[in-house]
Ligand binder design. Structure first.
Ligand code: ZN
Length: 73
């Protein structure tokens, strides 16, 4: 869905990218690789199908994927 902009559930092409809002203190979708601070917050970008409401979550930065791998792997 991120790459095709085509909903896998309903085949709608009305897909919108919803970025993390850095101004929000406790945005629910982020992944924290440190329990101490918000410094190591990894934003999770959402892609929402406006046809059926299906949502995908993506970590978009390769460096952040590596960080998650180190923390939880
Ligand atoms: Zn859909």
């Amino acid at each position: 869905m991120k790459n095709t902009f085509l909903c896998p559930k309903c085949s709608s092409r009305h897909i919108v990218r919803v970025p993390d809002n850095p101004g929000r203190h406790a945005s629910g979708n982020n992944i924290y690789t440190s329990s101490l601070t918000l410094f190591k917050k990894v934003p999770v970008i959402r892609y929402v199908c406006c046809g059926c409401g299906y949502v995908e979550n993506w970590v978009e930065q390769p460096g952040q994927l590596a960080e998650i791998g180190r923390t939880f792997g």
